[in-house]
Design a protein around this ligand. Structure first.
Ligand SMILES: Nc1nc2c(ncn2[C@@H]2O[C@H](COP(=O)(O)OP(=O)(O)O)[C@@H](O)[C@H]2O)c(=O)[nH]1
Ligand SMILES: [Mg+2]
Ligand SMILES: [Zn+2]
Length: 296
């Protein structure tokens, strides 16, 4: 491109202040950030940016408005999250709950993948996950190893931009490779003693599948936090509670200490899984404590 040309593209990779920006025509430009955009917390993988072609390099001049934003790790403009759990390591459903809340907050989609379907223990986990999340989102049995469910997953994310999220060692990088049909991401080993994975994925990078789908691997969101808000609104992100809310006596019922609560009745009747409700209570507690201390 000629010097002085101004063009637009999406940041697909950022390492140590150097960015790769993919233009609409598919060209990859090596870029630096300029002035106010330099430094931490100004540019994220997924950002749509305006770039000026200079003599020796390209310079990112501006960021276009973001349609969605997740923090730690930072990804912007995703259309959805592929949430991954597997029989080993032991599933962290609190993390799954939080990721789903984020999706609803950001107005983006999610799909829950039960990976390692080629291994023992997957049937029980799949059934449990369907019970807990089946009314909220699609729950898929997949295997990066055998290829089960990979085509179904491809269909769900087709033409859109998704990032992978989930604990370390559940197989996120392996799934990216399976979706791409190519080994782009390094796959980690599970520590023999801890049963937990090591972080092999340090930076975020977006890969295209060639048919318009884009996927970003991440190091997992294992310390993922939802930005704080008033806990009285927490239940509104539990869309599986919605049906039972009409039976609550009090308007604005938080389904915690109130009497005559439709959600609590549904838990007693087995219509809402007790574990899901108990994790809600725990998160409500956490949010209440943080909310009380929000002014320091
Ligand atoms: N049996 C089996 N192992 C898998 C599967 N997917 C990933 N793994 C293994 O799980 C470990 C962690 O995989 P990795 O993709 O690095 O997980 P990440 O930390 O979530 O990115 C590696 O040893 C993989 O070979 C699968 O579908 N089946
Ligand atoms: Mg990984
Ligand atoms: Zn209630």
């Amino acid at each position: 491109m000629a010097i002085g040309t101004v063009t637009r593209g999406r940041i697909i990779k950022g390492v140590a202040g150097k960015y790769s920006v993919k233009t609409d025509t598919g060209e990859i430009l090596k870029c630096f950030a300029r002035g106010k955009l330099r430094g931490n917390g100004e540019l994220y993988v997924g950002d749509d940016v305006e770039v000026e072609v200079m003599r020796y390099e390209c310079v990112i001049k501006d960021v276009l408005p973001r349609k969605s934003m997740l923090i730690r790790p930072y990804v912007s403009n995703i259309d959805g999250i592929i949430i991954v759990i597997s029989p080993i390591p032991k599933p962290d459903l609190e993390l799954v709950d939080k990721l789903i809340i984020s999706c609803i907050q950001q107005g983006i989609d999610c799909v829950l993948c039960i990976n390692k379907s080629d291994t023992d223990g997957v049937d029980a986990l799949y059934e449990a996950a369907k019970k807990e999340y089946g009314t909220i989102t699609t729950v898929l049995r997949v295997s990066a190893e055998s290829g089960e469910g990979i085509n179904e997953l491809r269909d769900i994310i087709k033409g859109r931009y998704y990032c992978l999220a989930g604990q370390s060692a559940v197989g996120k990088s392996s799934l990216v490779n399976a979706l791409l049909g190519e080994k782009k991401m390094a796959v980690g080993e599970i520590g023999e003693k801890s049963g937990r994975g090591k972080h092999t994925t340090r930076h975020i990078e977006i890969f295209g599948t060639g048919d318009g789908t884009e996927i970003a691997d991440t190091c997992g969101f294992s310390r993922f936090e939802i930005p704080l808000f008033d806990p009285m609104f927490l239940a509104s992100y539990y869309i599986d509670f919605d049906k039972y809310r009409d039976n609550c006596r009090f308007r604005g019922c938080t389904h915690t200490v109130e009497e005559c609560c439709g959600v609590k009745e549904a838990v007693e009747l087995g219509q809402i899984p007790r574990e899901r409700y108990e994790r809600y209570l725990k998160l409500y507690e956490e949010f209440s404590k943080r909310w009380e201390k929000r002014y320091g």
